[in-house]
Design a protein around this ligand. Structure first.
Ligand code: KG4
Ligand code: ZN
Length: 345
């Protein structure tokens, strides 16, 4: 693999990010990773307002790219390729990154690499320094669990770029479930970290929440029933909305434990029916400490990869990393965003 310096661009939702990676002989070194988020603005509305997210993206894209280049110590002439997320995501947000990358590729005369955001999340695990406990990079075959705000997928990866979709959610994603439960509890967006914080003082055994499809015998998951159960509990017991009520923490702990438990059970099924000796988790929900702890406890005989928290949530470094290992070159004049791209096929 040649030595390349890649500029990554990620704008699929409410994060606007640019990163520069130095890649040599299969090693990926992070030189800069700038993330500007409109999450605090979105928090006022309890979720992402697409139109507003795109407007924020437009405001920050150029400053973010400029800062990423400045911080990396690399000048634009030294960049070999631009890797950009082209889907899935919010179309307005995606277009900001895709159109900017197209223009830069044309004007700066750079190669342009199209990256699937979901694959990008998994490639955060290949960035040097992304792991707290391991120093090596993932080896194939490996089972990957991708858990984000919009997706919950289990895949098996054989070589780079080749993966088999094994299962995933039939309705809400794990992150979406965290976000919706948080909203029901009057916690702000993004809900995962808020539920987690509240759960610290809670006992997960106080509330017994449903675990739909736990025993379905396949790798499909479902989270919408969990959110409905939480809504019903709050309806019957409105004191759950009172701050300081210890049951709020118990409920949050139970939500977190239930989501993590179901995810790990399905991941275990996937690993058991494969030859994989390694397991990786990625996506915003992979930043959840309870989930990380449960994964490490369950797979003590396997090598586990979970990126450090800032590389779990949306960032451009993971996009550049995926672009390095899967260089899908596209023509800037014929290339478009695809908001409904997925890992399932
Ligand atoms: O991957 P990501 O940044 O964006 C998408 O591609 O969706 O994931 C965002 C999701 C949100 O649903 C957020 O609540 C969740 O990741 N999340 C967490 C944590 N940090 C972010 N969920 C649980 N625990 C966390 N610590
Ligand atoms: Zn994401």
């Amino acid at each position: 693999m040649p030595t390349v310096r890649i500029l990554g661009i990620e704008t699929s939702c409410d994060e606007n990010s640019a990163a520069v990676l130095y890649c040599q002989k299969g090693r990926v070194q992070l030189l800069s990773n700038i993330v500007a988020s409109s999450a605090s603005t979105q928090a006022k509305y309890g979720g992402v307002v697409p139109e507003q997210a795109a407007r924020e993206q437009l405001k920050s894209i150029i400053p973010v790219i400029t800062e990423a280049l400045n911080e990396s110590g690399i000048i634009k002439d030294e960049i070999d390729a631009i890797a950009v997320t082209y889907g899935p995501g919010l179309i307005g947000s995606l277009l900001v990154g895709v159109e900017t990358a197209k223009v830069l590729a044309l004007v700066w005369n750079k190669k342009l690499i199209a990256v699937n955001h979901l694959l990008g999340h998994l490639y955060a695990n290949w960035i040097e320094g992304s792991q707290k406990q391991t120093v090596s990079v993932p080896k194939f075959p490996i089972i990957g669990l991708l858990v984000s705000g919009g997706h919950t997928d289990i895949i098996e990866m054989t070589p780079h770029g080749k993966y088999k979709y094994l299962g995933g959610t039939r309705d809400d994603a794990a992150g979406e479930c965290f976000d919706k439960c948080a909203r029901l509890l009057n916690l702000s967006y993004p809900g995962g970290p808020q539920i987690s914080k509240l759960a610290q003082n809670g006992d997960p055994s106080v509330f017994d929440l449903p675990k739909p499809m736990l025993d379905s015998g396949n790798l499909d998951l479902s989270f919408s029933g969990l959110k409905t159960a939480v809504a019903n509990l709050i309806k019957v017991n409105p004191q759950l909305l009172l701050e300081g009520n210890p049951n709020r923490a118990h409920l949050a702990a139970s939500i977190e434990q239930t989501i993590a438990g179901v995810l790990v059970k399905k991941l275990e099924m996937a690993v058991d029916s494969s030859r994989a000796k390694q397991v990786m988790v990625a996506g915003g929900v992979a930043a959840n400490q309870k989930l990380a702890q449960l994964v490490r406890e369950t797979f003590q005989d396997k090598i586990v990869f979970i990126p450090r928290a800032d590389l779990c949530t949306d960032n451009a470094a993971m996009i550049a990393s995926a672009g390095y290992f899967n260089p899908v070159y596209v023509d800037p004049l014929k290339f478009d965003a695809d908001p409904s791209l997925s890992l399932a096929y």
